[in-house]
Write a protein that binds this ligand. Structure first.
Ligand SMILES: Cc1cc2nc3c(=O)[nH]c(=O)nc-3n(C[C@H](O)[C@H](O)[C@H](O)COP(=O)(O)O)c2cc1C
Length: 368
């Protein structure tokens, strides 16, 4: 099957993409003390030169004292770190790409294996990262207010530095997802409750503040997942109706594009339909969506964390779904860690030159 439709333009507000290929956000931990280096700038520029339409940065943390559990995850605050980010976006633009930072607060975390800990305890809706695992503080209303403002400040800085969009990290069991999840949000104030409508309040306030900071013409993207790293089969929304109740209020608050994180894009989200997560999100909200998850690869990304490499795989199922309009953009993670030229190779049909994902790529910033 032809991939030609993946190489059509996409325009929405501040986004003017030359194709539908998106680099998925991937934490690299190559930014000592939170400051992105020249190597990090070069790494992103190479992906833009390799014809990726839209690049998401790795998750980059907002200005809260315990937003990170890793000293080498980049900050999106402070003069020096923002100088690094300015160099990154200028490099990506010089290569004809577009980019948004993925702004992130990790919430309640396990302590990092390096032994580094933030200056104050982790913070989350109820101190929990998963049932029975408490490793930090329950946020006060003041903490929540300041965190919402910090998300907004990061978004404003992204726009000021010249980024084309921002992505709010609402997936994978981190802070915002800890509010969504009834197992980690046990609050009895306005930020908690039995229904997703109630547990959405924090995320809605974050989105509204981000929108207030960037104005109406700047594209705001948000990432969601049903699974948690502690439970791959978890489903926050068990039916399309629940998905609607979760996502539509966030669209109403100002999200333009929904980034629907799955391990394997071909897996149906609900019974009696082959639509995946992005397909259903688009169907219930009417908004553009991004799919992701083992695109062009034989194995999924949890395997990567267990030390597995992956071979190149056919894009036929992906293009079938894309061509029938299930989703608008396609994010690719691990293939772009190993190969900055993955998108260019797909466009020009050089499939024999694809290298898949090599586990060694996790340990370095591959530039060639
Ligand atoms: C090394 C690595 C780091 C990741 N870091 C992030 C991250 O910072 N934020 C995020 O939302 N997802 C992160 N992910 C998940 C990816 O964005 C993506 O959803 C996942 O790898 C599936 O895509 P793939 O199968 O094409 O690799 C990471 C994945 C990998 C492999």
């Amino acid at each position: 099957m032809s991939t030609i439709n993946l190489f059509t333009q996409f325009h929405l507000k501040s986004l003017h993409l030359k194709n539908r290929i998106v680099m998925a956000p991937m934490t690299r931990s190559f930014s000592p003390n939170g400051i992105p280096t020249d190597d990090v700038a070069n790494y992103y520029q190479k992906r833009a030169e390799g014809e990726v339409g839209l690049i998401f940065s790795e998750g980059t943390v907002i200005d809260r004292p315990s937003s990170s559990n890793d000293a080498n995850v980049p900050h999106f605050y402070g003069e020096e770190a923002l100088k690094g980010w300015k160099q990154i976006i200028d490099g990506v633009h010089s290569a004809g790409g577009q980019m948004g930072p993925q702004i992130w607060h990790m919430g309640i975390m396990d302590n990092h294996h390096s032994g580094w800990v933030p200056p104050v305890p982790f913070e989350g809706p109820s101190g929990l990262n998963r049932p029975g695992f408490n490793n930090g503080n329950t946020m006060s209303e003041k903490d929540i207010e300041n965190t919402i403002l910090a998300f907004g400040k990061a978004a404003a800085d992204a726009k000021r530095l010249g980024f084309d969009t921002i992505e709010i990290h609402g997936a994978h069991g981190y802070l915002i997802d800890q509010f969504f999840n009834p197992e980690t949000n046990l609050r009895t104030d306005v930020y908690g409750g039995k229904t997703i409508k109630e547990r959405n309040t924090f995320a809605i306030e974050v989105v509204k503040e981000v929108r207030r900071q960037v104005g109406n013409d700047f594209a705001v993207i948000m990432r969601f997942s049903q699974f948690k790293p502690s439970d791959y089969n978890y489903k926050l929304a068990k039916t399309p109706q629940e998905l609607d109740a979760w996502l539509t209020p966030l669209v109403d608050a100002g999200v333009d594009i929904l980034h629907c994180s799955q391990r394997r894009f071909w897996e149906p989200e609900f019974k009696n339909s082959d639509l995946n997560f992005a397909g259903w999100a688009k169907k219930v909200t009417g908004s553009p969506t991004i799919t992701v998850g083992s695109v062009g690869l034989s194995g999924d990304f949890f395997g990567a964390f267990a030390g597995e490499s992956s071979q190149p795989a056919s894009l036929d199922e992906l293009t079938k779904r894309f061509d029938r309009g299930d989703f608008d953009l396609v994010a690719v993670g691990r293939p772009l860690l190993s190969d900055p030229n993955w998108a260019a190779k797909i466009r020009s049909g050089k499939t024999k030159e694809l290298i898949g994902f090599t586990k060694e790529a996790l340990a370095e910033l591959v530039l060639e």
